[in-house]
Design a protein around this ligand. Structure first.
Ligand SMILES: [Zn+2]
Length: 163
């Protein structure tokens, strides 16, 4: 039986859209063009928040309370990066029976939103593949799977080249 796909955090990103066979999806890196992180933007001052802020604007000089949902930029540039080679101590939640899989964590600067968004690099990415300033692209990813569920997340895919 197929596992259900569920976002690891509801409302933070779109589901991967349907794939089209008309050739349009073959542009760029072939990544899903519809897959986006979802933030919110204050209608008063234009500040963008991710993780989303739905109640009131966190800009200290703004009293706005109307925040609209917006998709964030699909591409950004590496602001910083590191890797996690060891299982973090509690309260980090992980299954001690499973082998720890090292991963690369990237902080990505989104120019239009003037913010930095954390995420894991796409599987197969090594520290040596990254550099500060390198362009990266948002791609759908899988955080983990259990018997019933595939927990989906986002990854940053390095595109190479620096600005
Ligand atoms: Zn505001």
């Amino acid at each position: 039986m197929a596992r259900a796909r569920k976002p690891v955090v509801a409302g933070w990103f779109t589901e991967a859209g349907p794939h089209t066979d008309d050739g349009a999806a073959a542009q760029d890196t072939g990544a899903d063009q519809d897959f986006r992180l979802i933030g919110t933007r204050c209608q008063d001052c234009g500040s963008v928040f991710f993780p989303r802020e739905d109640t009131f604007c966190r800009n200290p000089v703004c009293s706005g309370t109307t925040l609209e949902e917006i998709p964030l930029s699909r591409r950004g540039h590496v602001w910083s990066y590191t890797d996690g080679r060891y299982r973090p101590p509690a309260p980090y939640v992980s299954d001690p029976a499973r082998e720890w899989e090292p991963y690369v964590l990237v902080a990505v600067e989104l120019a239009a939103e003037r913010m930095v968004v954390l995420g894991q690099a796409a599987p197969g990415t090594a520290l040596a593949d990254l550099a500060v300033g390198m362009e990266v692209e948002l791609v759908p990813g899988v955080l983990n799977e259990d018997d019933e569920t595939t927990w989906t997340t986002w990854h940053w895919q390095p595109l190479g080249g620096t600005r």
